[in-house]
Write a protein that binds this ligand. Sequence first.
Ligand code: HPA
Ligand code: MG
Length: 225
Amino acid sequence: MAGIVLQTEGGSGGIVIDDDWPGYSLELFSYPAHYAGDLECVVVPHGVIMDRTERLARNIMDDLGDHDIVVLCVLKGGYQFCADLVDKIKALSCSSDRTIPMRVHFIRLKSYLNDQSTKNIHILGAEDLSFLQGKNVLIVEGIIGTGKTLKALLKHVEAFKPKMIKVAGLLVKRVPHNTARLPHYVGFEIPDRFVVGYALDYNEYFRDLNHICVISESGKLKYKM
Ligand code: HPA
Ligand code: MG
């Protein structure tokens, strides 16, 4: 069982994947042959990501419907989740009488080398975010690990005085001493293991994998820098 319990402000902490859960065998799914031997197991299959994302879109619509929002997509790891989340919100806007007019903006953060978080967090493409002043902002992140990156980003965004900031994170890792405020919208709470796929990388590899998987030790060695 998970020893650390995560709590979001208001919303649910997402689908909890326990530390002792072994994951699905790779044999049960299809994945690119060039990653054979580089992965240990599937933690979240692509279809489950999509279903959970659809529900997060509903929750966002319930909370923010009829507000204009600026979606701030955190690259590169957040691009797939952001694209799918925006798609699901668009679909809901078409099929109900509530709607969320969205603008989408991209910023790039970099803080990992191999599977280790580094001290330096680089924010690129975020020099002038003054257009966020007075706006409702939805930050969309693929994964929240130590929480340091999110903390730095929130500080940066808050300085531009938006009216409201909400955060959607597909994955939140149960990391000891997580220092960040947790996202309002969480897809899955996962064990403290290095995962790849669905735009999450290890030294830029594995973004072209649909499922979220645990990387194997030989995969780490093969793509080490
Ligand atoms: N995978 C990819 N990127 C990450 C992770 C991870 O497990 N944790 C923080 N950034
Ligand atoms: Mg990365």
